[in-house]
Design a protein around this ligand. Structure first.
Ligand SMILES: NC(=O)c1ccc[n+]([C@@H]2O[C@H](COP(=O)([O-])OP(=O)(O)OC[C@H]3O[C@@H](n4cnc5c(N)ncnc54)[C@H](OP(=O)(O)O)[C@@H]3O)[C@@H](O)[C@H]2O)c1
Length: 383
């Protein structure tokens, strides 16, 4: 028996605070606590949010404190990132203590390192460790899963080629996300092994390598859509997680499955081409003037944010089918805080499943889709 169902670790940070606010906003039927490295900061956040929840202290630099935290809860929900800087000892502690884990990681080389280091122990203890439970990569992972379920139902086989297309997306970035991207780029520049993992679509499926994948690195005209498309910054992590879900589920999408993600540029013809080229040059995270740790999009920007994703399945005989996923609020924070909270609740209430290092699609696709539709402002529809 554990004291709590869920501990929100990093509750003093920008995203962790939103998760705490969401969990405190209605009765989910779970017991939970807020955790961080500073008791006084936790007390201040709890007071500002008007919550009455217990507080737990643990420092990412102190493995004994992490282990003690894990032993008190069924699930650790962590927003303490960059994960490659602060997350390794926590994954180790969860694997050792059979504690379930969800995070918002979009750092593929670190994830592969954690799979290599801790998957065997997690399988042995029964710890269910699920990376990437935010905008990367839940809507994409579960969007492809939804599409492939429909393809198998309609055609008897999965679609060998799926295109993920971001039709609309409105939101901003936080200091933690900017720090994570910078840490990933710095690690890739220092170590060619890390760089190789970052560009390998099958970096998260050790022992399996599928066919050559569409690169999605340059603007191009998408014949299926009749529109210009441009590279999507999150594709690097989402495509790897989609391939990992396929592998964890025993390749229901096929071993010849091809998948890419791109953003649809506004406008037709030459205007669409120019927009796609301009969008490809934008990198909102490149500047040092971006948000600092603890900062992120305003409440107004989060409330007015949204996203609209299209998945196109192309069958070998030319038939097509589509699925759409939409979310209310901004993708990275308003929607992400609800997605990770519902993922943790799903692990407590809806799924058992074996220990191991999972994706959301690999471990809890159907119950999580139902939860996100019912509670978190997402839609999943097959066209
Ligand atoms: N995948 C997605 O869709 C998505 C979306 C949003 C965020 N993220 C990721 O989520 C992570 C958090 O982002 P954020 O903007 O919320 O970051 P943030 O505001 O900087 O918050 C970071 C949190 O980590 C804590 N922390 C830092 N060092 C620690 C240590 N040694 N021990 C314990 N706690 C420590 C901070 O505590 P203090 O308050 O005490 O400093 C704070 O609570 C990042 O990795 C980001 O990339 C991903």
């Amino acid at each position: 028996m554990r004291e709590y169902d869920i501990i929100v670790y990093g509750a003093t940070g920008f995203t962790g605070r939103l998760v705490a606010e969401y969990l405190g906003s209605r009765d989910h039927g779970v017991t939970w606590a807020m955790a961080g490295r500073s008791l006084s900061k936790l007390e201040a956040v709890r007071g500002e949010l008007g919550l009455d929840v217990p507080l737990v202290t643990a420092n990412a630099d102190d493995p004994a404190s992490l282990r003690a935290m894990c032993e008190r809860t069924k699930v650790v929900l962590t927003t303490v990132g960059p994960y490659q800087l602060y997350g390794s000892d926590l994954v180790a502690a969860c694997a050792a203590t059979a504690t379930a884990y969800v995070d918002l990681c979009g750092e593929p080389a670190w994830m592969r390192h954690m799979i290599d280091a801790h998957e065997a122990e997690a399988k042995a203890t029964g710890a269910r460790i699920v990376f990437s439970c935010g905008f990367d990569s839940i809507p994409f992972d579960l969007g492809v899963w939804t599409l492939q379920q429909a393809a198998i139902e309609r055609f008897g086989i999965p679609a060998p080629r799926v295109k993920g297309r971001v039709r609309a997306m409105k939101g901003g970035f936080s200091g933690g996300t900017a720090a994570s991207l910078k840490a990933t780029l710095a690690a890739g520049a220092k170590d060619s092994g890390v760089f190789k993992l970052m560009i390998d679509p099958f970096a998260l499926t050790p022992g399996f390598e599928g066919p050559k994948q569409p690169k999605g690195l340059m603007p191009e005209y998408d014949e299926t859509l009749g529109a210009w498309v441009t590279p999507f910054i999150m594709a690097a992590i989402n495509t790897k997680n989609v391939h990992r879900s396929n592998a964890l589920l025993g390749h229901p999408y096929g071993k010849d499955f091809k998948y890419d993600e791109m953003m649809v540029a506004p406008g037709l013809g030459e205007i669409g081409k120019a927009a796609a080229e301009a969008m490809a040059k934008l990198n909102p995270l490149a500047s040092d003037k971006g948000p600092k740790p603890g900062e992120g999009p305003s409440k107004e920007d989060r409330e007015s944010g949204h996203y609209d994703l299209l998945f196109i399945g192309e069958m070998a005989d030319g038939q097509k089918l589509t699925a759409t996923v939409t979310g209310d609020k901004d993708p990275g924070y308003g929607s992400t805080s609800k997605m990770i909270a519902e993922s943790a609740i799903c692990l407590v209430k809806d799924v058992e499943g074996a220990g191991g290092i999972w994706t959301a699609g690999g471990l809890m696709a159907a119950p999580l889709v139902a939860r996100l539709k019912a509670n978190a402002g997402l839609t999943f529809d097959v066209g």
